[in-house]
Design a binder for this molecule. Structure first.
Ligand code: DC
Length: 210
């Protein structure tokens, strides 16, 4: 069966969805949108300027998305807070839907891609891993960047973000009913990529790659 190639990937922080999304996008020659970056840009700018997150979401600039500080945990927490505001989500929705609707198809990753942004995507993956595995990965990443932190702190911050993202009323983090669940606790990036491809193959998805 041939489908318009839209791949929706959701899951909590540190589960490996970003890496998987990039790998799949590269494999199939599709554009990729990390939707979390939009929320990070709004959250960080709101914290820095004190302006309304809704107003910021309405006039995001490409330079806002290139800020190297977007990858920090401070930006992640700020993103998670503004992401609970329904008007912020509504303002960012249109851009994400248009990205998904482009003729080439697309890969999008986030928290509500399969449930809200692209509910009709032919491929939906829900990528999870145990809280310990996710915190361990994040801890190693931070240490490699020279950030001085301890594992219990990384775990606690991750748990706080998971709780906020899952319990909010507006588009909470959850799997679409037809999503394929991929637990990456005991997988590296290659194994997760192979498992996602095997799932797509088993379902007969045929995307014309490069
Ligand atoms: O994927 P990430 O860690 O970059 O996302 C940062 C925060 O943005 C996350 O904690 C919740 C929010 N987010 C969201 O609510 N919906 C999305 N589609 C993507 C991210």
């Amino acid at each position: 069966m041939t489908h318009k190639p839209v791949i929706a990937i959701d899951g909590p922080a540190g589960a490996g969805k970003g890496t998987l999304a990039r790998r799949l996008a590269e494999h199939f020659g599709l554009p990729h949108l990390d939707t979390g970056l939009l929320y990070r840009a709004v959250g960080l700018k709101a914290e820095r300027t004190g302006r309304s997150p809704v107003e910021i979401a309405g006039c995001l600039d490409p330079s806002d998305l290139a800020d190297p500080d977007l990858r920090t945990d401070v930006a992640g927490q700020a993103a998670s807070k503004v992401a609970a505001i329904p008007e912020v989500r509504a303002t960012l929705l249109d851009f994400q839907r248009k990205f998904a609707a482009q003729a080439t198809g697309a890969v999008l990753d986030g928290r509500d891609v399969g449930t809200v942004i692209c509910p009709h995507a032919p491929v939906k993956l829900f990528v999870t891993a145990s809280a310990e595995a996710r915190a361990e990965r994040r801890y190693r990443e931070l240490r490699a960047k020279g950030v001085d932190t301890i594992k219990p702190r990384v775990l606690a911050e991750m748990a706080e973000r998971d709780r906020r993202d899952s319990e909010r009323a507006a588009a909470p983090l959850k799997a679409a009913p037809d999503a394929y669940h991929l637990d990456t606790s005991d997988m590296d990036a290659d194994a997760a990529f192979a498992a996602a491809l095997a799932f797509m193959e088993s379902k007969g998805f045929r995307f014309s790659g490069p």
